[in-house]
Design a protein around this ligand. Structure first.
Ligand code: DC
Length: 222
């Protein structure tokens, strides 16, 4: 059975990672959370006080960064950093870091290598447009804004008790704006992507729809 690549893009907190992980599990494919890579880079930049306006500093920092995934957990130079990258500090800076051309070239190259053998479900913002423009299945996930903010709030409130729904809402707006207006591979629905609005779907309903689309593509490919 020939494998395909599946790109899942969309605005922040539309549930891309959940869908991508579940779909990869169900198909026996590899799941790659491309946002975690940008978050890990941001974590390194903050820790090392990298000046985002200095091309030299950014290039030197990227030379020191080695990203891997172990059991779907992002590792920065061998260290798992999942919990460190999910808080608001990283969320408030990651879009600025991800907008830098050198950072995008660095991340996209690795993402393309991960998908070279096919059998990958990758979620992000530019997967269907830039990383895998020839992915066999491209899903553009949407959900209404208040549902997205509430989902992110529910996810974070136990870990970060000082967080408010308003903070989340403004962070999502801020990131959506930067992610979709930046110069280098902005968030955009690929012309051949299928849109899935999950505002009124449960996780298992959205998985059923995506799985059916994936199986149709796999059958067409074989
Ligand atoms: O999916 P996420 O919220 O964890 O992603 C964090 C940030 O990384 C997001 O605000 C924009 C950036 N990103 C990107 O520019 N391109 C991707 N393919 C994935 C994420």
């Amino acid at each position: 059975m020939k494998k395909i690549n599946i790109a899942i893009d969309g605005f922040s907190s539309t549930g891309k990672s959940t869908l991508a992980r579940q779909l990869a599990d169900k198909l026996g494919y590899t799941y790659v959370d491309s946002g975690a890579m940008y978050r890990a880079i941001t974590f390194y930049f903050i820790q090392h006080h990298i000046d985002l306006h200095s091309n030299n500093d950014v290039a030197e920092a990227l030379n020191q960064i080695h990203l891997t995934f172990q059991d779907n957990i992002i590792c920065l130079n061998g260290m798992p950093i999942e919990s460190e990258i999910r808080g608001m500090e990283i969320s408030s800076k990651v879009s600025e870091v991800a907008a830098l051309e050198a950072v995008r070239i660095f991340a996209v190259r690795q993402q393309q290598m991960m998908g070279a053998q096919k059998g990958v479900v990758m979620d992000g913002r530019d997967i269907g447009t830039t990383v895998f423009p020839d992915a066999e299945l491209k899903i553009f996930l949407t959900a209404n804004e208040s549902v997205r903010s509430q989902r992110r709030y529910d996810e974070l409130k136990d870990k970060q008790s000082d967080i408010s729904l308003e903070d989340i809402q403004s962070n999502l707006k801020h990131r959506d704006h930067i992610d979709s207006t930046r110069e280098h591979s902005p968030l955009r629905k690929a012309h051949d992507a299928v849109e899935l609005d999950n505002t009124h779907y449960s996780m298992s309903e959205q998985l059923d729809i995506a799985y059916q689309w994936a199986m149709e593509c796999i059958n067409r490919t074989n």
